[in-house]
Ligand binder design. Structure first.
Ligand SMILES: CC(C)(COP(=O)(O)OP(=O)(O)OC[C@H]1O[C@@H](n2cnc3c(N)ncnc32)[C@H](O)[C@@H]1OP(=O)(O)O)[C@@H](O)C(=O)NCCC(=O)NCCS
Length: 185
């Protein structure tokens, strides 16, 4: 099935080290791989210590859905045996009804990204760039026309480092968020 990369049995095909070529190279050597069920517990333990028990349970359930469903994935970055970063991707997410109609039209064949997170002690060492580049390649491999995400504070990061453009703004629970997207070449 398209998008199924034998998630519960990682192979050399879905493992990458940060010391490869191009933008997936991290300053800090990390292994990037598609997560398995077993990685979810480790992710919660290593990266989600700031969450309450209930938040962690809910987040764990969400991450398991990314691991198990064939149209999505959880990617993790590993360093020194610890999970130091994660990002989630969906091949064809439903565009929220809060998006302007014309924006929804533009995102029709795009993948979408959520939950990009790097351990606070290891930021600015290229891990976020490695994870996000890997996510874009995942989307390209599945024939997606581009990628979109919604962000509260990091619009400039996506704009400056990945050529994303702002397509509009939405308000969720009183908080303004920016819709960022990139059409692949
Ligand atoms: C956003 C985030 C994932 C970036 O991860 P990272 O590993 O620190 O990113 P990188 O080291 O790959 O950064 C690449 C570049 O962005 C810059 N950068 C990193 N974080 C930045 C920030 N908060 N603001 C501005 N620039 C930033 C780096 O300096 C680097 O620039 P350079 O290549 O010119 O040196 C990380 O800061 C994070 O987890 N933030 C909290 C969660 C979050 O906001 N996620 C995004 C939700 S949309």
């Amino acid at each position: 099935m398209e998008g199924d990369e034998s998630k519960n049995e990682p192979t050399s095909d879905n493992r990458e080290t940060g010391g490869t070529v191009g933008p997936e190279r991290a300053s800090l050597m990390v292994e990037l791989r598609l997560a398995t069920d077993a990685d979810v517990e480790a992710t919660l333990a290593d990266l989600c210590v700031h969450m309450s028990g209930q938040q962690r349970d809910l987040f764990g359930e969400k991450l398991l859905r990314y691991v198990r469903k064939p149209d999505r994935d959880l990617m993790v970055a590993i360093h020194g045996g610890q999970i130091v970063g994660l990002v989630c991707v969906i091949e064809q997410a439903v565009v929220p009804g809060t998006f302007p109609e014309e924006v929804g039209e533009r995102l029709r064949r795009f993948a979408s990204c959520t939950q990009l997170l790097v351990h606070p002690h290891l930021r600015r060492q290229g891990i976020g760039t490695s994870l996000f580049s890997r996510l874009e390649n995942w989307a390209r491999d599945r024939g997606r026309g581009g990628c979109w995400l919604v962000t509260r504070r990091m619009a400039d990061w996506y704009r400056n480092h990945f050529d994303y453009e702002e397509l509009g703004r939405i308000r969720e629970k009183g908080i303004e968020k920016v819709i960022m997207a990139k059409k692949f070449e």
